[in-house]
Write a protein that binds this ligand. Structure first.
Ligand code: 4LI
Ligand code: NI
Length: 185
């Protein structure tokens, strides 16, 4: 099972590199890795398991965060409409996005970043993602709000981009133009 000791922390160069496409159909090993990543995210949200293994809670994980430079992400969360997103994706790609931006009003955290970085992270308010899911199906996801933010955060990891790279250095809490806040809880 994946635990925090497998999670690569900021400063490791793999987090600043673009990850390689996964060959399709994915190998049994890539499928196994992605299943383990989903399970880690689920475990991290389970109070008992998280306490026992000292896991920090997250809703998404990208393969570079476990030291694998491959284009794979795992997510497990419910959005505001109680829609469940719980799957793994190979080669996810943002194929279109809104002009409008959004940002998490509480800021963003990352399992690879052991400190709080304050500020708004501008994200597209709506995106369409094409990917191959864990079941091997070609999928097109239309995402908005929190779901759109989580997928953009994880896809950024595949491109060597950290959330704080997107925070305005001069004015971390500057509200991006054409943006509406995204409140969680
Ligand atoms: C416990 C059990 C307050 C502060 C609110 C916790 C189950 C921050 C938010 C969770 C913040 C669960 C989260 C992300 C933020 C903050 C990620 C708690 C886990 C909230 C997920 C990828 C950014 C995603 C909303 C600096 C590890 N996750 N909170 N950001 N939750 N969680 N991100 N922001 N301020 N990060 O961090 O998985 S996109 Cl589900
Ligand atoms: Ni992250």
């Amino acid at each position: 099972m994946i635990t925090m000791k497998d999670i690569v922390r900021e400063g490791h160069p793999i987090l600043n590199h673009s990850a390689k496409d996964v060959s399709i159909p994915p190998t049994e090993q890539d499928i196994e890795t992605l299943k383990k990543m989903i399970q880690f995210i689920k475990n991290s949200q389970d109070e008992k398991i998280a306490e026992e293994y000292e896991l920090r809670a997250g809703v998404g994980l990208a393969a570079p965060q476990i030291g694998l430079s491959k284009r794979m992400i795992a997510v497990h969360f419910e959005d505001f409409n109680n829609q469940l997103y719980s799957d793994g994706y190979f080669n996810p790609k943002i194929v279109s996005h809104s002009v409008e931006f959004t940002y998490l009003s509480s800021g963003e955290g990352c399992l690879s970043v052991d400190r709080e970085v304050a500020g708004y992270v501008p994200r597209y308010a709506r995106i369409t993602v094409s990917a191959i899911n864990l079941a091997g199906e070609h999928v097109k996801l239309r995402l908005r709000g929190y779901a759109a933010i989580v997928f953009q955060h994880e896809i950024d990891h595949l491109n060597g981009v950290m959330f704080y790279d997107r925070i305005n250095k001069q004015e971390p809490f500057l509200i991006p133009e054409h943006a509406k806040a995204c409140d969680v809880d």
